[in-house]
Design a protein around this ligand. Sequence first.
Ligand code: ITT
Length: 205
Amino acid sequence: PIVIVATKNKGKIREFAHAFAPLGKEVKSMYDYPDIPDVVEDGKTFAENALKKAKAVGDALGLPVLADDSGLCVDLLDGAPGVYSARYAGEGASDHENNIKLLDVLESKQLGDDTGQPLLSPAQFVCTLILYNPQTGETLESTGSVDGWITTETAGGGGFGYDPLFYLPEFEKTMAELTLEQKQAISHRGIALRNLATKLGHSQA
Ligand code: ITT
């Protein structure tokens, strides 16, 4: 049994593989279907983009597909980088470049405050999952989010994306300092996956 995930993000693939392994399911990604063209992610919301990815890949393969659109929303930046999280520092930017860009933007925002001291900025990770079955046309949607603080220095070598800057006070660690199990237990993606499993249990799919 396989689960096809409409993603090329290796961090996401690792987390999905880890989540589905105990269910005896092997995760396939877009690296296993190299002929399928990249989907243009021009939606305004995570849900719109997730649906685009799920539909494009599901219809091309004629098989059920799971898509994940996710990102970081920083309060001080009115929810940016949001749906632009993967390309905050430009198209094809690395995780490291995106982290540097976020630190630069926050630093310049905060220069004008009273203390001049760098502040920890409240932020959320958000993940919307869509499961699409092209045989029935049915879609299931599920969203998860987790609150944290953007730190002023990266820490930790685990995870991906903005994890080294996302501080969780309850652990006194960044998301990149958690084990895969710990991240899965509290993350936006872990929550969205468990919501989806519950919804799937209630549907006829
Ligand atoms: P696919 O579209 O192929 O799935 P992508 O990386 O382009 O890959 P998104 O458009 O959903 O995926 O962008 C998600 C970005 O949000 C991702 O590149 C990270 O920068 C950030 N992000 C999402 N989940 C994250 C997580 O668990 N930890 C850290 N950063 C995360």
